[in-house]
Design a protein around this ligand. Structure first.
Ligand code: HEC
Length: 129
């Protein structure tokens, strides 16, 4: 619970910065495109996108991809970190499900993905791609 509170504060801070920068209020699709998509593109797409490979039945290059998701069900359950397979995987809790398999994400990247899930996983991409 304390961790969740901390994440929300971090999220609010990050979003606050953006709001100041652009003198705009928080925009879910903007948050996804500027903070979340680059992480997925750089660290996940090589194994989880239709342009490359779809390992474990999971494609992350469309919203439908993580909604219907892989061999073990939806990869993300909006607002629920524990039920979100994707979050459990990036925390590297065990070597079998650890994602990316080799090099763990940076702590800030993990925090951003956790924040994204807590915000309800806004994803403006079209359903199919
Ligand atoms: C080098 C290839 C590779 C990369 C990079 C990679 N994955 Fe995977 N991923 C796999 C393979 C292979 C599986 C299926 C076998 C397994 O579960 O270990 C998998 C399975 C998964 C699953 C479980 C799907 C299911 O339903 O069983 C999740 C969630 C996942 N990956 C998330 C991610 C995320 C998020 C990233 C980027 C941060 C990522 N992966 C990067 C290879 C990769």
């Amino acid at each position: 619970m304390r961790r969740t509170a901390w994440l929300l504060i971090l999220g609010a801070t990050l979003l606050g910065c953006r709001a100041e920068e652009g003198a705009r209020s928080y925009e879910p699709s903007q948050f996804f495109r500027t903070r979340i998509l680059p992480i997925l593109e750089n660290r996940c797409f090589e194994c989880h996108s239709s342009a490359h490979e779809i390992e474990g039945g999971l494609s992350l290059d469309s919203r439908l991809g993580w909604e219907k998701a892989g061999d073990n069900g939806p990869a993300v359950t909006p607002r629920d970190l524990k039920k979100s397979l994707l979050i459990q995987a990036i925390r590297h809790l065990d070597s079998e499900s650890a994602m990316p398999p080799k090099k763990k994400l940076q702590p800030i990247e993990i925090a951003l993905l956790e924040t994204w899930v807590l915000l309800g996983a806004p994803d403006p991409r079209s359903k199919s791609n």
